[in-house]
Design a protein around this ligand. Structure first.
Ligand SMILES: CC(C)(COP(=O)(O)OP(=O)(O)OC[C@H]1O[C@@H](n2cnc3c(N)ncnc32)[C@H](O)[C@@H]1OP(=O)(O)O)[C@@H](O)C(=O)NCCC(=O)NCCS
Length: 217
């Protein structure tokens, strides 16, 4: 049964390989502990906000607070919907969709990470596909965007594999030095032609559409 007040709790995406589950407090704690076990080589910072540089247990607490903040700040015109990624019953990472003015722009940004032990096995690509399926098929998006440091090979690998179009690059500071963030976008037409799959199930979407300011139909 769908949650009577907050249907987003029951939003799920299921692929043959993994499941995206809306982040409950229990899943948030699981993700926090996973992140504390390592998301990347400490010598390299893959994120534009260096949240993984915090020492344990501050990192775990910050991680939970981030997920709470996303929930608390949710509105139809500004949202950051995060999911735990589950493979064979194990929490392996997180993926999310972030949007401003979605009812008008129909555009969302994606972001994701996996625990170190789960990287390099195609899970990142599969979870991006699942995230895109929710945005384009579930929410009726017209555009998806993403970005990564120009030297983040695994993140760029996922993006290139799915055939995004490169947009503008911008300069940003990483650990005190100037680096470049490369931007990409994917149109609805490209998603429907080359990325969307009929073996990915969306659950609980209709109940969430009014919360997102979208027509339930
Ligand atoms: C980015 C991330 C989610 C990608 O997930 P993943 O499961 O490791 O990636 P995949 O196994 O699906 O690989 C995706 C593609 O990148 C390529 N790739 C992966 N690691 C690579 C590396 N170190 N160097 C070059 N290419 C790489 C793969 O070959 C694959 O391309 P292909 O399908 O054409 O063969 C994951 O590596 C991660 O969490 N990294 C740390 C956090 C991070 O960088 N988040 C994104 C911030 S923008």
């Amino acid at each position: 049964m769908t949650h009577p007040v907050w249907p987003i709790f029951d939003l799920r995406v299921v692929t043959p390989r993994l499941e995206l589950r809306s982040i409950t407090d229990e899943l948030a704690a699981g993700l926090a502990l996973l992140a504390a076990n390592g998301v990347h080589d400490p010598a390299y910072m893959p994120f534009s906000i260096p949240w993984t540089d915090a020492p344990s247990p501050q990192l775990e607490r910050n991680t939970m607070q981030f997920y709470w903040r996303c929930r608390a700040d949710f509105s139809p015109t500004s949202w950051n919907l995060n999911f735990a990624v589950i493979v064979d019953g194990t929490i392996v990472g997180s993926t999310g969709l972030l949007a401003h003015d979605f009812p008008t722009l129909r555009q969302f940004e994606t972001g994701s990470w996996l625990g170190l032990a789960h990287q390099g096995r195609g899970i990142g690509t599969e979870m991006r596909r699942a995230t895109l399926q929710l945005g384009f098929v579930g929410f009726g998006a017209r555009w998806a965007t993403t970005g990564a440091w120009s030297d983040n090979a695994p993140s760029l690998g996922v993006t290139e594999r799915l055939g995004y179009t490169r947009t503008a690059a911008r300069r940003a500071v990483r650990r005190g030095e100037e680096h470049q963030i490369v931007g990409f976008e994917m149109s609805r037409a490209h998603f429907l032609d080359s990325v969307g799959r009929d073996d990915i199930e969306l659950h609980g979407v209709a109940e969430c559409l009014p919360m997102l300011g979208l027509d339930a139909g």
